[in-house]
Design a protein around this ligand. Sequence first.
Ligand SMILES: [Zn+2]
Length: 337
Amino acid sequence: MLYPWQKEDWQRLGILRERLPHALLIHGQQGIGKRDLALHFAQGLLCEAPLPDGQPCGQCAACHWFSQGNHPDFTVVRPEALDTSGEPDTDEGGKKKTPSKIIRMEQVRALIEAVGVGTHRAGLRVVVVYPLDALQTEGANALLKTLEEPPPSTVFLLVTDRLDRILPTILSRCRQFSAQRPTPEAALAWLQGQGVADAEAQLAQAGGSPLTALHAAEAEEQPLQRLLVSQLGAGAAFDASAVAEQLQKLPVPAVLGILQRWTYDLLKLRLDAAGGTAPRYFPKERAALARCAGATDAHRLQAYATRLTAHRRSENHPLAARLVMEAVFLEYRQLFR
Ligand SMILES: [Zn+2]
């Protein structure tokens, strides 16, 4: 995926595509989307029917595998801590292991082994490593050997925001690509579009990096979201005005989204006479959902879901935020009367 401020970066990558270096080092400020740029470029290189500007078609078999994370000629190397798939590993005692923040030597060995075999699809093999500065000395030296004798038809896309931490010998083997930071206007517009309240302040705190600002805002919102969910579980005891007061920092679209998913789960449980259905969005709240679902009926839930949809159409009206919240919370409480 490309961010709105990456159009020029994409054009510059397009020029490089004509004479592709075997290693491209994408660097620039943290939190501006370099990793997504690298992944999008990788998908474009592997795509079997790319668009005229080199963007992946999103339809072909290669694109499909890529988005499923199992293209045979695509390898990503990143620290475990950035691996968002699945649960963290557990050790023999069943304790959760802290995910590693460095790229381990065994990951580099596996990579070198993988690029040593020919490609599976007779096209390119693409390797993305991020952040490159997470490599330790031993791993960096092993990678360097591979870059010095690059395997045929293989492209390395290396990503870092710490150019100062990269071995000069590695730098000398790479074509450097400086990713542009967004203008303040572009960053702000994008962040506001993500439903971040107080986008300007968040962006300032993040030093103008929109992705960093988004992550910080999301982390800040989590306790508020948990508060809302636990209050929803209280059913008739939901304290509408107190919650509306406490949730003022949460954008209305986020609140309505949670309400919609909660109501979906309530209806799902309410319509399941046998009682074996698991909630779709809030599986951990199963007991509270079952209790609430048992205290209302499907008719009222359906009517409420419809009203929530109507509210979403006017959710970005700034003046209405507090009023909308109070209204939907009061309506929610009425479900159990
Ligand atoms: Zn494609």
